[in-house]
Design a protein around this ligand. Structure first.
Ligand code: CU1
Length: 525
């Protein structure tokens, strides 16, 4: 069949111009989304390389591959690359940039030039951070806890902090752009409660990005001030307080977890509705739950500090507040189940990832309850139980949700379908590999293995070998989509405007969409 050439849309945002400059100076939200995809994938490769080194080291108990100092640097740089350069931008900056304006019928985001600038800021932040990594690295842990980060001299704290400070503006500006876009550029007739739930999720996320990110930027600046000028902020010898650092750090970094997880929750809403052929059950509850999670995210930060000498009354208060995050999260999970119930469910590959997301996110959330319980947290604190918990939320949740979204919108982005066979294999590999990697870590953590050590007693080896073996399956599962998605660009069958039968606005447009859409007049004054 040679339908490809005939049905390919003549002019679209991809083929309208081919020069490198047309990409580097583009103000088109769709192209900027793809540019983010390229850079975030690069950052993922960096982070994954460090993850591979960690799992190789931990395959044997002796700690014989990396020295303890190198190991400290490796897990720190794994965390920094993954958290700041992959998890936080993945769904909002890639998928959000691409589909948000299409979903609400806007021509573009509110500030297209600012959007392009956000990408450049991201790249500059990345260059700083990678430079810090290749010129010695950092070993403070991705959390930069004081006094290590303020007093340890043989470390690239300054360069990394500068990179992350710059990067923060990319996140803030993207959040700002999305908020204004959603407020001002919706199609006439698209009221707040007619917006797709993914848009609600991006809105809630943007609020956190806008309000939370400045706090981490200031905190890192304070670390720099103390390091450079010896002003006593965190160092008790100079009159400072190291616990203050933890408060400031987690005031951003707990909400940051919701920057990572709210957008994939929104993606899952869209997928579950499309692939069960039903509108989402309890739309307004779902929208409200996204906002509730965003608000709650700012008042639970001290649950990271239960063992740091917090007053028991404060600890009880933060424990209770942390438990209450389970309510909106639970609403989401039950609402999905209610939507799936008696729906005409299909098992297309994006949906396989979404099922994986629901299961892994639920395990991640539930194990969070063990950590928000004051008594059990004393046992679990700083063990592999914590490592397993947050990987279930961030990797099982955020990355799985990202993969679901990319597989769902890929035909819209590129106009091509990928191999359904290989994408199903990859979904299964990721699910199996992920559980094999991280479930043993719950057990080994429960048994008492602390995190951030490069050597451990022999009795933990079986579980660690399982974990390392799982990591290689997971790695395969992540590599496969890169291959078949790139392959689909040239050889994939033409997708058509709406291959999944989606009901949101972007599916009414041609695939790939035009450069600028005029299908709806914005309410821009
Ligand atoms: Cu937290």
């Amino acid at each position: 069949m040679t339908t490809t050439a005939v049905t390919e849309s003549p002019v679209n945002y991809l083929n309208v111009k081919h020069t490198v400059a047309s990409w580097l100076f583009t103000k088109d939200h769709k192209r900027i989304g793809l540019m983010y995809m390229l850079t975030v994938t690069l950052a993922f490769l960096v982070g994954a390389t460090f993850a591979g080194l960690i799992r190789l080291e931990l395959a044997t108990p002796q700690g014989d591959l990396l020295s303890s100092d190198t190991y400290n640097r490796v897990f720190t740089m794994h965390g920094i690359a993954m958290v700041f350069f992959v998890l936080i931008p993945a769904v909002p900056a890639i998928i959000g940039n691409f589909v948000l304006p299409l979903m609400i019928g806007a021509k573009d985001v509110a500030f297209p030039k600012l959007n392009l600038m956000s990408w450049y800021v991201f790249v500059i932040g990345f260059i700083f951070t990678v430079t810090a990594m290749v010129t010695g690295g950092v070993e403070t842990g991705w959390t930069f806890y004081t006094p290590l980060s303020t007093t340890y001299l043989n470390s690239n704290v300054m360069l990394t902090a500068t990179g992350l400070f710059i990067l923060g503006f990319s996140s803030i500006l993207t959040g700002l752009n999305f908020i204004v876009t959603i407020h001002r550029m919706r199609c006439p007739g698209m009221g707040w409660f007619r917006m797709p739930l993914f848009v609600w999720a991006l809105y809630a996320t943007s609020v956190i990005q806008l309000l939370g990110t400045p706090v981490i930027a200031i905190t890192l600046a304070l670390v720099a001030v103390e390091r450079l000028l010896g002003v006593g902020i965190f160092d008790p010898r100079l009159g400072g307080d190291p616990i203050l650092y933890q408060h400031l750090f987690w005031f951003y970094s707990h909400p940051a977890v919701y920057i990572m997880i709210l957008p994939p929750l929104g993606v899952t809403n869209e997928l579950i509705s499309t692939f069960s052929r039903k509108p989402i059950f309890g739309y307004s509850m779902m929208a409200g739950a996204s906002l509730a999670i965003a608000i709650f995210s700012f008042i639970v930060w001290a649950h990271h500090m239960f063992t740091s000498g917090l007053s028991p009354y404060a600890a009880m208060f933060f424990s209770l507040l942390t438990f209450s995050v389970a309510i909106p999260s639970g609403i989401k999970v039950f609402t999905w189940l209610a939507t799936l119930f008696r729906g005409s469910i299909s098992f297309d590959s994006p949906m396989l990832y979404a099922y994986g997301f629901i299961g892994l996110f639920t395990i991640g959330g539930m194990t969070g309850l063990f950590l928000s319980t004051l008594g059990t947290d004393i046992h679990f604190h700083d063990t592999y139980f914590v490592v397993a918990h947050f990987h279930y939320v961030m990797v099982g949740g955020a990355i799985m949700g990202f993969l679901a979204g990319i597989h769902y919108w890929w035909p819209k982005m590129t106009g091509r379908m990928y191999s359904e066979f290989f994408s199903r294999i990859s979904a299964i590999l990721v699910f199996v590999g992920f559980n094999l990697t991280f479930f043993p870590q719950f057990i080994v953590g429960y048994l008492g293995m602390p995190r951030r050590y490069h050597a451990y007693p022999d009795e933990f080896q079986v579980l660690n070998v399982l974990s390392s073996a799982g990591a290689s399956v997971l790695g395969l599962g992540y590599a496969l989509p890169v291959i078949y998605l790139i392959y689909s660009l040239k050889k994939g069958p033409v997708a058509g405007p709406n291959p999944w039968g989606g009901s949101t606005l972007e599916w009414t447009m041609q695939s790939p969409p035009l450069l600028v859409l005029h299908n709806c007049q914005p309410r821009w004054p």
